[in-house]
Design a protein around this ligand. Structure first.
Ligand SMILES: Nc1ncnc2c1ncn2[C@@H]1O[C@H](COP(=O)(O)OP(=O)(O)OP(=O)(O)O)[C@@H](O)[C@H]1O
Ligand SMILES: [Mg+2]
Length: 251
């Protein structure tokens, strides 16, 4: 029996705790993400932000608590491959694009990955696929670089390309960990616009330390500290919270 599940949520973490060698990385963490929501997660180093993503994607199992996707599926019972298959995509901090392939080919490879090996063997790119790739390239601002090798992109463009590769898999929920670290100011500003566009058709959870970027997003912010929610609300509300100032912003 599924307890008190938030039926309309895309993601519902209910009282999730996990310890590593006696250290509580997550401590009764509860978070609800609505369909189509873009949520920003902030908080000091070691607060448990990445661990939360590890729990959602099945990389780490919680000691206690439950994680519901679309108000029903308990993700803590599934493995990483099943969870990806359900439509949860994750972007790690370091870009992992295929450097020796073109930008276009990277997206095409990601599109094929979704289909599985068997269908790929006999597969020819349809005009529908081509227009989907064009659409993704335009979303991630890389149309003009489509024939260039990924190796020749800037760091920020590689991050966008990887986001594009995730989009090819049509995730319903996209988790993005520190996307703007190492980006130029212009790339950072563009990334805020880009993520807002992406969140029009899916839910996105983005972890960042760059407060200018968080402010640009203009969405609900959750501040984690010591594995729990410290404050949640608008950026003005959260950033004026004395606990948030003491634990994070004022450092
Ligand atoms: N697999 C693991 N094994 C042992 N300890 C871990 C593991 N994963 C996370 N931790 C610990 O859990 C705590 C939370 O780490 P986490 O990476 O989630 O923090 P974070 O909020 O993402 O921090 P940052 O802003 O630095 O990325 C840290 O003390 C970390 O060392
Ligand atoms: Mg982290």
């Amino acid at each position: 029996m599924i307890p008190d599940v938030k039926p309309n949520s895309v993601l519902y973490l209910d009282n999730v705790s996990v310890s590593f060698d006696g250290f509580k990385a997550l401590n009764s963490l509860s978070i609800v993400i609505e369909p189509g929501e873009l949520r920003a997660i902030i908080g000091p180093n070691g607060a448990g932000k990445t661990t939360m993503m590890d729990i959602i994607t099945g990389k780490t199992r919680p000691d206690t608590g439950q994680v519901f996707f679309n108000g029903q599926t308990d993700l803590t019972k599934l493995d990483e491959a099943d969870i990806a298959q359900l439509g949860i995509g994750r972007k790690f901090q370091k870009p992992t694009v295929f450097e020796s392939h073109t930008v276009w080919d990277n997206i095409e490879l990601a599109l094929n990955r979704r289909r599985g090996v068997f269908s790929t063997l006999f597969y020819r790119l349809s005009s529908e696929d081509r227009s989907r790739i064009d659409e993704i390239l335009s979303t991630v601002r890389l149309t003009h670089r489509r024939d260039d090798l990924a190796a020749n992109l800037s760091h920020g463009q590689k991050q966008w390309l990887e986001i594009g590769m995730l989009l090819a898999q049509e995730p319903k929920l996209l988790l993005v960990d520190e996307p703007v670290a190492g980006m130029t100011d212009a790339e950072t500003a563009e990334t805020a616009i880009l993520l807002k566009e992406i969140a029009k058709t899916r839910s996105v959870v983005v972890v960042e330390h760059d407060m200018g970027f968080i402010r640009d997003l203009g969405v609900k912010v959750t501040c984690l500290a010591e594995g729990s929610v410290l404050a949640e609300g608008s950026i003005d509300f959260v950033s004026s919270d004395p606990k948030v100032i003491e634990n994070y912003l004022g450092r």
